[in-house]
Design a protein around this ligand. Structure first.
Ligand SMILES: *[C@@H]1O[C@H](CO)[C@@H](O)[C@H](O)[C@H]1NC(C)=O
Ligand SMILES: *[C@@H]1O[C@H](CO)[C@@H](O)[C@H](O)[C@H]1NC(C)=O
Ligand SMILES: *[C@@H]1O[C@H](CO)[C@@H](O)[C@H](O)[C@H]1NC(C)=O
Length: 398
C-alpha cells in the first residue's frame, strides 16, 4: 500500500480526516491578469505596506514567463539572509541570536527543497495531472507547488523524488533513504511533507538557519510535536516531527541516516522492528532510538512547535501555530488557502500600490458638486467654503 507523505504527520495519521474544503479564490486568474498588465516598478515608496527592501531589480516586461512573474512579485522584497530582525504579519519581531550570523550569502543550489512520494499523483486535482486547476485542486498539490515556488524564489534546487516502496514497511519510511541520498548531492536539504509550507516565501532559508542557529556540527533540525499523549516516546520524551526536516551534509549525517534506515533490522536497536508498521513508523524509530544515539549537543536541533509546526488553527494544541513553517495536520483542507496567502500577502500590497500610484487616472473627485435628485450642480465658491458634510455611509467594518 502506498502512502501519502502528507499523512505522515503524527496528527495526520492520528486523525486521518482529510477535508477537501477547496477555497475558490481565483488568484491564479489575478496572476494571469497581472502578467499582461503589470508595469514594472523598480522603486517602492516608503509608504508601501509591502515589506520593503531596497533593491534594484530589472524586469524585462516583454518576457512574461511564469518565472518572470514570480521574480517580479518576490525579488524586490526578499528579506536579507542576515537581517538582524524579521517582523511577521502580526507585527511580532524575531531577532537573530547575538553574535555573528553564520550565513551571510545566499546558498543557492547548495540547498535542495525536497518532495518525496511513491504514488503516481495523476488523479483529478493531483500534481502530475496536466489539467490541474485551482478549482478542485487537491490539498497536497498546493503544498508541493508551494515548495517548488519557494525554491524558485530563492534559487534553490528543487526535486520531487518518485520513491520506490519498502516491501515490508509503512510507506512513510522511504523518506529516510531518500533524504540520505539527497544529502550526498546537496549541502543542505529541506524535506517537507506535502502538508507543510513556509508561511513567508520571501524569508530565505538562510535567515531561518541563522535564527535557529544551524552550526557546522548540526546534523538535522526538526520541530517538536504538541504536548499530547500520543506524541511521547517510551522514555517519556516528546517526538520530533519528521514532516519537516532540515539536514546538513556530513559523514556523521550519512551515518545517522544509515542507522535510522536500518533501525528495524534490530542489528543495533532492539525492538525497532515494531515501527516498521506501527504508528509513528520512522518518526517513532527516530524518537525512540536515533535521537538518543546522536545526542551530541549540536547533533539535533529541536525547533519550537510554535515556530515550525502546526498552524494558527492548531494554536490550542500546545501553541503550535506555525509562525515560520506551517504543518496542516489540523486540517489539510486549509492548504490551498495557505498557498493563496503565500501569494496574496505580496500581491495585494503591490496591486494596492499600483492603484494609488495611478490614482489620477481613475479616481474622480466629485465632491465639488452637490446632488439634487438626478442633477449634479457645481458648488459655488461660497458653498464650497461652507460645505456641510452630507449624510454619509457608515463604516460597518467590511
Ligand atoms: C540602484 O541603482 C542605482 C543606479 O544604478 C544606484 O545608484 C543605487 O545605489 C542602487 N541601489 C541599490 C540598493 O543597489
Ligand atoms: C524569460 O525569462 C526567463 C526567466 O527569467 C528566462 O529563463 C528566459 O530565458 C527569458 N526568455 C527570453 C526570451 O528572454
Ligand atoms: C550557536 O550554537 C553554538 C553551539 O551551541 C553556540 O556556541 C553559539 O554561540 C550559537 N550561536 C548563536 C549566534 O547563538
Amino acid at each position: 500500500m502506498q502512502q501519502s507523505f502528507a499523512s505522515l504527520g503524527p496528527q495526520g495519521r492520528w486523525r486521518r480526516v482529510v477535508i477537501m474544503a477547496a477555497v475558490p479564490i481565483s488568484f491564479i486568474i489575478l496572476i494571469l491578469a497581472f502578467g499582461s498588465s503589470y508595469v514594472p516598478e523598480s522603486k517602492f515608496g516608503a509608504s508601501s505596506q509591502y515589506p520593503v527592501q531596497s533593491s534594484n531589480v530589472s524586469i524585462d516586461d516583454t518576457n512574461m514567463s511564469m518565472a518572470t512573474v514570480i521574480k517580479a512579485l518576490y525579488t524586490p522584497i526578499l528579506h536579507p539572509v542576515d537581517a538582524p530582525t524579521f517582523t511577521d504579519e502580526d507585527g511580532d519581531t524575531y531577532h537573530l541570536p547575538a553574535g555573528e550570523p553564520r550565513f551571510k550569502q545566499k546558498l543557492g543550489k547548495k540547498v535542495l527543497i525536497l518532495d518525496i512520494d511513491s504514488r503516481p499523483l495523476t488523479g483529478e486535482g493531483q500534481l502530475m495531472n496536466k489539467d490541474l486547476k485551482w478549482k478542485g485542486m487537491r490539498a497536497l498539490s498546493a503544498g508541493m507547488l508551494s515548495h517548488y515556488m519557494f525554491a524558485m524564489i530563492h534559487g534553490y534546487d528543487y526535486k520531487f523524488i518518485r520513491a520506490p516502496d519498502y516491501e515490508d514497511r509503512w510507506g512513510t519510511w522511504v523518506k529516510v533513504p531518500m533524504m540520505k541520498e539527497a544529502l550526498k548531492t546537496h549541502d543542505y536539504i529541506v524535506f517537507m511533507d506535502s502538508d507543510v509550507m513556509f508561511h513567508y516565501p520571501h524569508l530565505p532559508l538562510e535567515w531561518l538557519l541563522n535564527y535557529w542557529n544551524m552550526t557546522k556540527d548540526t546534523l538535522a533540525m526538526m520541530s517538536i510535536d504538541p504536548d499530547e499523549p500520543q506524541n511521547y516516546d517510551a522514555k517519556g520524551n516528546r517526538y520530533l516531527n519528521t514532516g519537516f526536516v532540515i539536514a546538513q551534509k556530513s559523514q556523521r549525517t550519512q551515518e545517522m541516516y544509515k542507522a535510522w534506515a536500518e533501525c528495524p533490522t534490530e542489528n543495533k536497536y532492539k525492538g525497532c522492528s515494531r515501527w516498521k508498521l506501527d504508528w509513528a513508523h520512522e518518526q517513532a524509530a527516530f524518537g525512540n532510538y536515533l535521537r538518543y544515539d546522536y545526542d551530541r549537543p549540536e547533533d539535533i536541533k529541536v525547533l519550537p512547535c510554535v515556530e515550525a509546526n502546526g498552524a494558527p488553527e492548531a494554536e490550542h494544541r500546545g501553541g503550535c501555530k506555525g509562525i515560520f513553517v506551517r504543518h496542516y495536520w489540523i486540517n489539510k483542507g486549509l492548504l490551498a488557502k495557505s498557498m493563496a496567502d503565500s501569494v496574496m500577502q505580496y500581491f495585494v500590497p503591490r496591486l494596492h500600490q499600483l492603484y494609488l500610484q495611478s490614482a489620477n487616472e481613475h479616481i474622480e473627485n466629485m465632491k465639488d458638486y452637490r446632488i439634487s435628485n438626478a442633477e449634479l450642480i457645481p458648488l459655488t465658491e461660497e458653498e464650497k467654503a461652507t460645505a456641510k458634510k452630507g449624510k454619509n455611509q457608515k463604516d460597518e467594518g467590511w
